[in-house]
Design a binder for this molecule. Sequence first.
Ligand code: CU
Length: 183
Amino acid sequence: MTIQRRSVRALTIAGVLAAGFAFLPGAQAQPADHAGHATAAAQQSAADASTFKAGDITVTAPWTRATPGGAKVAGGYLKIVNNGSAADRLVKAESAIAGHVEIHEMTMTGGVMKMRPITDGLVIKPGQSVELAPSGLHVMFMDLKQPLKQGETVKATLAFEKAGPLEVVFKVNALGATPTHKH
Ligand SMILES: [Cu+2]
């Protein structure tokens, strides 16, 4: 019995060490300026890694996409859920990577996809959700100060009329096949 227990423990330690060594190279490969993001993400539960809450508002899975060289705009996508009993409005968005950020909607007019800024706030009715997705509503990062690269993250602050400011993190996904925005 004693021998068996010891061997089980030895195996467990070996497993932990193996996992540790497997993890370390990945951690070291991360750029130093992302260490803060990794720590913040680790503080949230794994399942909730891309969920952000303020008051009755929950924002999930914000993402944007890598920008081709010289591009000055990028669309941001996410889902907003209002768990409250009153309507709220997304009134403003800001990010250090963009000169300014707007909230846009896309409409099909005579076969041409056009977008316009929503200047009076995006309403999220009580108990309902609004999805910002390609070819529809989106956050628009304008006057980008740097190209967005796949695998990086972009911090932004969404301001809700009732729930207040909410800092979210957009994942930068690959350059997509969906049409590039033209302004
Ligand atoms: Cu737009």
